[in-house]
Design a protein around this ligand. Structure first.
Ligand SMILES: C[S@@+](CC[C@H](N)C(=O)[O-])C[C@H]1O[C@@H](n2cnc3c(N)ncnc32)[C@H](O)[C@@H]1O
Length: 148
């Protein structure tokens, strides 16, 4: 299909996956930067107008996949495509981050859940048009209700 090429790399306070908050109620408030390579930096033009971004990145340290997963948010197994597990057939990740500011090719962001040095594959503006009443949260909503 195509060979993914990093457009940049994440600078994150996390060098150890165990330090990244996980499980029900986990919050991702840590700050970091998206360092976009000079040859792609012109693609950031006008990005300052957006408060939030989708970051598409590669789980470059996952290795292999499982079709059934017991995530840290539940004690029951679920299909990998209903989870955010790093161990998936195509190791692609998606994180919504808050854009704090831009300095040249560096995007200062809040909401990091990536390890330091993670390859960034794409960035898109976050625009949600789905009202909260229409959203169903699947097994995660049930796990949250059991825990409450
Ligand atoms: C549950 S995944 C969710 C990632 C993304 N928000 C998503 O939904 O696709 C986040 C976890 O991936 C792991 N992780 C972070 N960076 C990684 C990397 N570069 N390679 C492999 N695993 C990584 C860490 O354990 C982190 O807690």
């Amino acid at each position: 299909m195509f060979t993914p090429q990093p457009i940049g790399f994440v600078r994150s306070p996390f060098s150890d996956a165990a330090a990244i908050p996980k499980g029900l109620g986990a919050r991702h408030d840590e700050e970091g930067t998206l360092e976009i390579l000079p040859e792609f930096a012109a693609g950031l033009t006008d990005i300052e107008g957006y408060s939030h971004l989708y970051v598409i990145w590669a789980f470059d340290r996952a290795g292999g996949f499982d079709l059934m997963v017991t995530p840290p948010t539940d004690n029951r197994p679920h299909g990998v495509f209903t989870t955010r597990s790093p161990r998936r057939p195509n190791p692609l990740a998606l994180t919504v981050v808050e854009l704090l500011r831009r300095e040249g090719g560096s995007l200062y962001i809040r909401g990091i859940d990536m390890l330091d040095g993670t390859p960034i594959l794409d960035i898109k503006p976050y625009l949600s048009s789905i009202s909260p009443e229409k959203l169903r949260r699947g097994w995660l909503g049930e796990a949250e209700a059991r825990k409450a």
